[in-house]
Design a binder for this molecule. Structure first.
Ligand SMILES: Cc1cc2nc3c(=O)[nH]c(=O)nc-3n(C[C@H](O)[C@H](O)[C@H](O)COP(=O)(O)O)c2cc1C
Ligand SMILES: C=C(O[C@@H]1CC(C(=O)O)=C[C@@H](OP(=O)(O)O)[C@H]1O)C(=O)O
Length: 384
């Protein structure tokens, strides 16, 4: 499966075209819209989310609520465009009084993008570099989740650290963990930590500053054998890390114990193998469900680090690219913290990659063929 996405943050809208999705999968617009709604939420978001109420418009690839196996086109409108019609006009003339951006914001694509694409007005860079684009990625992930649901695979995420606040008291049971995260304004299942996290966001806002943090994505129900060790680009750990790292502001991905594994002896890292009479299982999951780039039947567990939002209301020094004078960086309307939203993006990105690996494993033309092949495969697995 693959996709191409397009769209500027304050242009008319965003689009995504998905290719390779199997046919005959019942899909619901409500499920997609619900994921889009979740992506907009979270304490610390800026004013933009009060303007937008994201919903998807599907213009190809689905008929009578089922996928056709042909390219699926999904569009998400930018409600804010009505406030930008002249400044973001597609074919109109540039307004004489247009305020252009010349002072790149550290942490953004502004400087490198303006030089790379020969843009004077940095808006030409930031419009596409913006994380607004994650709305379409989430829409694709929301379709993928519906495919995964047919095979009992569930993808969830929750916030484990925000700035220097660490969630400690987390429920062991996954359903309870997710219920608590869903009820939290910062998607953190530890109530005490949640209050401190909210305080950190308030502190950042008060100081014209921003915060990031870490979220964890958990995939339950993955069969053993997704991905492959045979070629580097088929390794599922690399594909997951690559997809997550391509999300705006994501700067680190750990699978299982991740960096902690490097600090321990092997005997305290690797997961002993047992058999309970019907299947192989592990007494620990330091590998995070992936060995050799292949799922091993345990939960896939990934931790993802997001840097603090780059636009600072109390800006850092920059350079005016017109005059080369030292000036403060541009201020663009901005979030203070988008970690809860990023965790929803992460969930959906992971859902996409796992669905891609599943269609690869099972043959992805129709849901029926996938199901037949899944049943056969699971039978074979149970005989090993
Ligand atoms: C959901 C989400 C919302 C974001 N909101 C903002 C924002 O309001 N202001 C901002 O400066 N950066 C925001 N970012 C981060 C920037 O888009 C990102 O840092 C920038 O494009 C540079 O890319 P890089 O951090 O991946 O290098 C957001 C990121 C995500 C995932
Ligand atoms: C629009 C979204 O996020 C935007 C991501 C973003 C950035 O620089 O990445 C900057 C802000 O844009 P604006 O200046 O329009 O408020 C965020 O609001 C969204 O997530 O829907």
């Amino acid at each position: 499966m693959r996709y191409l996405s397009a769209g500027e943050s304050h242009g008319p809208g965003l689009s995504i075209i998905i290719d390779g999705f199997p046919s005959n999968l019942p899909v619901s617009k409500d499920v997609i819209d619900d994921q889009l709604r979740r992506r907009q939420m979270g304490y610390g978001r800026g004013f933009r989310q009060r303007i937008e109420t994201d919903t998807v418009e599907v213009t190809s690839g689905i008929r009578f609520g089922k996928t056709l196996g042909t390219p699926i086109t999904m569009n998400v409108a930018n409600r804010d465009f009505k406030n930008w019609t002249e400044r973001m006009s597609v074919f109109g003339d540039k307004p004489d009084d247009l305020k252009e951006i010349y002072r790149p914001r550290p942490g953004h694509a502004d400087l490198a993008g303006a030089i790379k694409y020969d843009h004077e007005d940095i808006r030409n860079v930031l419009e596409r570099a913006s994380a607004r684009n994650t709305a379409t990625i989430v829409a694709a992930g929301a379709l993928a989740r519906q495919l995964l649901g047919q095979f009992g695979i569930q993808v969830t995420a929750h916030v484990v650290e925000l700035c220097d606040v660490v969630a400690k008291d987390l429920p062991d049971d996954l359903d309870a963990l997710i219920e608590a995260a869903d009820a939290s304004e910062v998607r953190c299942a530890d109530k005490e930590a949640e209050a401190q996290m909210i305080a950190r966001i308030d502190e950042a806002k008060k100081n014209g500053d921003t915060v990031g943090g870490i979220f964890e994505v958990i995939v339950r129900g993955c069969p053993i054998g997704l991905g492959s060790y045979a070629m580097p680009d088929r390794k599922l750990d690399g594909r997951l890390a690559g997809a997550l790292m391509s999300v705006q502001a994501i700067k680190g991905v750990e699978i299982g114990l991740g960096f902690e594994a490097a600090r321990r002896f092997g005997s305290k890292v690797h997961d002993p193998i047992a058999h309970n009479g019907s299947r192989y299982l592990r007494s620990s999951n330091g590998a995070g469900g992936l060995e050799g780039g292949v799922t091993n039947g345990e939960d896939v567990v990934i931790r993802v680090a997001m840097k603090p939002i780059s636009t600072l209301y109390k800006p850092l020094p920059s350079v005016n690219m017109k005059t080369k004078e030292t000036e403060l960086a541009e201020i663009e309307r901005s979030d203070y913290c988008a970690l809860p939203a990023a965790s929803v993006v992460g969930e959906n990105v992971v859902a996409w990659v796992i669905a891609d690996a599943l269609t690869e494993k099972l043959g992805g033309d129709s849901l029926e063929q996938m199901k037949d092949n899944y049943d056969q495969y699971i039978k074979r697995v149970s005989r090993r």
